[in-house]
Design a protein around this ligand. Sequence first.
Ligand code: 1GP
Length: 237
Amino acid sequence: MEFQAIYETWRHVFKLDPERAISDEQLDAICMSGTDAVIVGGSTGVTFDNTVDLMSRIRRYEVPCALEVSSEEAAVPGFDHYFIPLVLNTDRAEWMAGRQIGALRAFGAFIPWEITSAEGYLILNGEAEAAKLTGANAALDAESVTAHIYMADRLMRLPIIYMEYSGKFGDMELVKRAGRITAAARLFYGGGIDNADKARLAAEAAHTVIVGNAIYDDLAAALSTVAAVAEVPYSGK
Ligand code: 1GP
């Protein structure tokens, strides 16, 4: 049987930020929601301690739990999977391969490679914290998005392309277009999903739909996205 990575069946994911407070009741609702997985990650303020703390609380549940490793200090063992983001639409090479290489120099021999995957990020909301931090060129037109997809999917053969609009609902036509061009990568979409309708639109456009901020802003609305995603098939391959 062909090897299948854990995330290849995920349609709906909640992303929890270790820097933000979440009560036990809220966390219970998230972990028992029927979501396919929980990803722990954030652009800033992620430390070893707050990551361990959140992981151990999520670990009381059966839901798969992955870490998006955005800083070397916060690489915590014990997750089901590790995602290493590479930002594709920035001129600052440190976000593409620089910091990652620094971390590999220090920890390369200890990395559980069979459960570690790179994510090719396209940060498409210039207002997002991650865009400011990495100097991402968020204003990409359709042709540029296409070129970035070719780069990530065909040339670099990254297993995941992440279209990130964090904080804002994105251009679903652009996401669908990316999906049509993508040959092998799994397409993740995240940004501004705060109700069931937006979740359905995103589920049609991307393989995997990621909900973050809504968890903290309106938990009931965030929870409604789980069933919404399950209702809609992905329109691409
Ligand atoms: C953030 O893509 C995720 O990395 C989700 O975005 O917080 O806007 O839901 P939101």
